[in-house]
Design a protein around this ligand. Structure first.
Ligand code: PEP
Ligand code: MN
Length: 349
């Protein structure tokens, strides 16, 4: 059951109600939102009824939630959630572009690419320091040294940053050095990791597992929110199907479906979704058209030299042209896109 508190409810009142829920043996959930606080009580509904919380002066409504995923469902929050990713708002009216290399290779590589994606209009810099590679002999990422490069480059370019966390042991470092944390496709059902990032308040980009259903994806998001972190963005990055012409099959049904069922922002990754450079642009446009709140796109200063995912990396010129081509799609979808910085601001940033 969901307990919606009145907009003027104090923290103390919310805590008092949570304590009542806990004392009755139910699992209390606390979801402080921008506009109002929502509490949850998981367990036997009859126990909740015996508390008569509907008579509490700060309780606006008590509702059952029918879907399996509850806190991420629009049944609880009909309005779009907006997540503050550093300086970048993600969700609702805002359209967000994240760009950068698959992997952080060196300071020069990340800085040059960062300057170029920023000039094109991206506000969030992506780049992996811990890389989930299919082969143990492939480049595994620079680890903490890569995170430090990312922090440095983020500060220098004033871009917000996002990087993948693969292992709980690296959580403190990833949280310290970057603005947002990516949980990769291979870890979508790593429930210990989901709970660990749920204990932080960092924005989390949760990528869909290679063979995960939409319901499993939303339940994975539910883990993070139920643990206490409401700042979750869902990422459709393609799934495995019988099709082998492309690396994955970008499931755009999922984008429209999740936008209907969940209030969380949805980000489309056409790079991993296709694995093919020339298909990134068309599928990025399709992602915008079906309601995505943002895109995450791989870009390398010299794609041929990219140590990972070279076949899907856009050159800075391609990235910039794509962002220009996306503008009418973004406008048609009713979103606002941050304006391009003036040419003379670029040198200063
Ligand atoms: C990535 O973003 O580079 C990545 C490894 O993504 P995914 O987890 O979607 O494969
Ligand atoms: Mn990649």
């Amino acid at each position: 059951m969901i307990i919606i508190l009145k907009a003027d409810t104090s923290e103390a009142d919310a805590k008092e109600i949570l304590a009542q829920i806990e004392q009755s043996g139910l699992q209390p959930l606390h979801m402080p939102g921008v506009e109002r606080t929502v509490l949850g009580a998981l367990g036997d509904e009859r126990v909740l009824q015996s508390l008569h919380l509907e008579n509490h002066p700060q309780v606006e409504a008590i509702k059952p939630v029918l879907s399996k995923y509850k806190l991420v469902s629009r049944e609880i929050y009909p309005q779009d959630t907006v997540i503050q990713l550093g300086k970048t708002p993600v969700g609702s009216q805002q359209f967000t572009i994240m760009g950068g290399p698959c992997a952080i290779e060196s300071e020069e590589q990340l800085l040059e690419t960062a300057q170029q994606v920023k000039a094109a209009g991206a506000t969030v810099l992506r780049g992996g320091a811990f890389k989930p590679r299919t082969s143990p002999y492939s480049f595994q990422g620079l680890g903490v040294a890569g995170l430090k490069i990312m922090q440095q480059v983020g500060q220098e370019t004033r871009l917000d940053t996002i990087t993948e966390l693969m292992d709980i042991k690296d959580l403190d470092d990833v949280a310290r050095y970057t603005s947002a944390i990516q949980v990769g496709a291979r870890n979508m059902q790593n429930y210990s990791l989901l709970k660990a990032v749920g204990e932080t308040q960092k924005p989390i980009l949760l990528k869909r597992g290679l063979s995960a259903t939409i319901e499993e994806l939303l339940l994975a998001a539910e883990y993070i929110v139920a643990t206490g972190n409401p700042n979750v963005m869902i990422c459709e990055r393609g799934i495995r199907t019988f099709e082998t012409a492309t690396r994955n099959t970008l499931d755009l049904n999922a984008v429209a479906y999740i936008k209907e069922k969940s209030h969380l922002p949805v980000i489309v990754d056409p790079s991993h979704g296709t694995g093919v450079r020339t298909l990134v642009g068309p599928m990025a446009k399709a992602g915008v058209a079906c309601g995505a709140d943002g895109l995450i796109i791989e870009c390398h200063r010299n794609p041929r030299e990219s140590v990972s995912d070279a076949a899907q990396a856009l050159s800075p010129t391609d990235f910039s042209e794509l962002v220009q081509q996306l503008r009418p799609f973004i406008e048609a979808s009713g979103r606002t896109f941050i304006p391009l910085p003036d040419a003379d601001q670029l040198g200063a940033s």
